[in-house]
Design a protein around this ligand. Sequence first.
Ligand code: BG6
Ligand code: MG
Length: 210
Amino acid sequence: MIKGVIFDLDGVLLFTDKYHYMAWKTLADKLDIPFDEKVNNRLRGVSRMDSLNIILSYSNQTFSEAEKEVMAEEKNELYREYLRKMTPADVSDETRSVLVKLRDKGIKLAIGSSSKNTPLILEKTDMAKYFHAVSDGNNITRSKPDPEVFLKAAEYLNFKPCECIVVEDAEAGIDAGNDGGFITVGIGCAEYYDKTKKPIKRLAELLKLI
Ligand code: BG6
Ligand code: MG
């Protein structure tokens, strides 16, 4: 029986994945590194530094750790400029309605995101009120595909992984969910991933699975 749903944030509940793309694109263009949506899909669910390392693997230059720190910080500042402009109107009616309906059914909800910017995003969009627990980039030591972020979310909800659904748009997130023993639901890019247990096209389809 499903007792909890753990949502990835970027690309599942919000379109902040576009802002990640735009910020990385600005940095990649500056460094003259080829970067497109296909490369960007490899960054979904992956931590900031791991994402930067993937982007830099397309360059023939090498960079010191200190230089990489500066680049990651620069990208984050560009990204946060977009986030600061977000408002509650950036949450779709469908997303709000799904969250409210799940809560009304007695399902406990959590965030399971690799992002350290989760608190800012939840604040700007007024979404924190829907969630019983938040597990994010600030409370983990290993990023997806490691299941840590979801295991912590399940622990905060007081449920076993098999009692929770994980909703993801990232292959790394589906791998993390499967590895942790969760039921994985894939949307967006993850709809087409062969390891996704239950693919959906729209978030509202989640209601039929519970
Ligand atoms: C994930 C995104 O949610 O968070 C990744 O899918 C991102 O693209 C990661 O790199 C870390 O985000 P942040 O906000 O801590 O840089
Ligand atoms: Mg995502």
